[in-house]
Design a binder for this molecule. Structure first.
Ligand code: SF4
Ligand code: SF4
Length: 439
């Protein structure tokens, strides 16, 4: 029986940007069925996968085309049946060269599925193995290989699976639609994850601006034991792992520690959906829902997308690039990154494509800091962003470490709120990169 819980939230900081969820009522469709896909080799955190195919090889839809290159790494599978055209270098969404496998779609499109697992008899090791074999990574954007999360080591004892359905980034609605349209599969995925890490309790956190998703997920969860939907207050960054854990189980993940240190395994709703597909249908991760949105797009939507589909084709399906486009962002406006190249493939971690007109793309000129303290007030990690950014600007990397730069979750709340338009996050990201080298 599910208990009704009043919306919860995290304690420190946070902001309330307009949610601009233009596509919240647009059902998932698959408007693009590409004739050619380009699968980037580097799509997850960790080691580069090892190629299993070469130019000229025939591939089945769902066939593994690259195996994990280490423990922290994820396999890749062909999203289509066809022939490998080349293993080549293409530009990734940010303009950097990246190794990729180009596949021309041809012939049979029946997926090469693995044998479905039986929920009653599958062992945790079998579930973890299936998650690895199907190349599942965190689909909320982090792209951390999910199998690694499911094997936290003997010193840790997971107590809860927490499914992240907060989707606190403005504009994005892919998780909302997945919960509304595939609630049963998302809850099933959560149950497979619970079984994999041997826990009896799962919470699914959803922000209160998604009432239909809360209703659908609550209904789906009411038929399964141990799963509870927790409505969350609408506050950014509610979907940050540490913020979500604090809101739901009231525990604070210490600096430098992983969620499992406080007993939590956190996965995104799209990851749970992918786990369900892998376990119950034997399907590897070769597609995902991508929100393609923006104020001037003629046909924004939530598109089920074969991974490797050109971003430009999705923008075309959303009505084409408006004339006055100033910026295209991979992800949401807060944590996403501006793309420099649109003829690039979609990846496992790409939850959204946000097309912004020039009026919304310009950054005001930065002014001197007026020490107003707003950035400190909103920082959900209790940091002093103005200080870290100033230290970063002066290249005092060691000082940024002492100021806690590694605890920054790069949510951008500080920069959003700064009246002097200081490029706080730019300096913080730079400091993190340089401090990592120091460490
Ligand atoms: S980006 Fe980092 S420093 Fe800025 S508010 Fe978020 S956590 Fe704090
Ligand atoms: S919000 Fe901006 S102006 Fe205010 S203290 Fe922080 S950096 Fe300075």
């Amino acid at each position: 029986m599910n208990r009704k819980i009043h919306p919860r939230t995290f304690a420190k900081g946070g902001i309330h940007p307009h949610d601009s969820k233009l596509t919240r009522d647009v059902a998932i469709t698959q408007p693009v069925e590409p004739e050619r896909v380009t699968v980037l080799l580097n799509q997850s955190i960790g080691a580069e996968p090892r190629l299993l195919v070469k130019a000229g090889d025939p591939v089945r839809k769902g066939q593994m085309i690259a195996e994990p290159g280490g423990y922290v790494s994820a396999a890749l599978h062909s999203p289509v049946g066809g022939t490998v055209k080349s293993v080549t270098s293409v530009r990734d969404p940010y303009g950097y060269p990246s190794k990729a496998i180009e596949i021309i779609k041809e012939g049979d499109q029946e997926p090469a599925a693995l044998e479905p697992l039986d929920f009653e008899t599958a062992t945790p090791a079998q579930i973890v193995e299936r998650v690895a074999a199907c190349g599942i990574v965190g689909l909320g954007g982090a792209t951390f290989p999910t199998r690694v999360k499911l094997e936290p080591g003997k010193e840790y004892r997971p107590e809860y699976v927490i499914i992240n359905g907060a989707e606190c980034e403005p504009w994005l609605t892919c998780d909302d639609r997945l919960m509304r349209e595939h609630a049963s599969e998302v809850v099933s995925g959560a149950r497979w994850l619970m079984r994999a890490v041997k826990v009896k309790k799962c919470y699914i956190g959803i922000e209160e601006n998604k009432q239909e998703a809360i209703a659908a997920m609550t209904e789906a969860a009411s038929h399964r034991s141990g799963v509870t939907v927790v409505p969350l207050k609408k506050k950014y960054p509610q979907g940050g792992e540490k913020q979500l854990i604090q809101a739901i189980i009231g525990r604070q993940v210490p600096s430098g520690s992983l969620p499992v240190y406080v007993g939590a395994i956190v996965d995104n709703v799209a990851t749970a959906f992918a786990v369900c597909e892998a376990a119950e249908k034997g399907l590897p991760l070769t597609r995902r829902v991508v929100t393609v949105t923006g104020p001037d797009l003629a046909n924004p939507g939530n598109f089920l997308t074969d991974i490797g589909t050109p971003v430009s084709a999705l923008i075309e399906a959303a009505g084409g690039l408006p004339e006055d486009t100033g910026k295209v962002v991979a992800g949401g406006p807060m944590m996403g990154r501006a793309m420099s190249y649109l003829d690039t493939p979609t990846t496992k971690g790409m939850s959204g494509i946000l097309v912004l007109p020039s009026r919304m793309s310009r950054r005001p000129d930065p002014q001197p800091c007026i020490r107003c303290g707003s950035c400190v007030e909103v920082c959900p990690m209790g940091l002093e962003p103005f200080l870290i950014a100033a230290q970063g600007e002066m290249r005092l990397w060691e000082s940024t470490l002492h100021s806690g730069v590694m605890d920054c979750i790069e949510c951008g709340s500080c920069m959003y709120t700064c009246p002097a338009a200081r490029p706080l996050l730019d300096y913080i990201r730079l400091s993190k990169r340089e401090s990592r080298k120091l460490k």
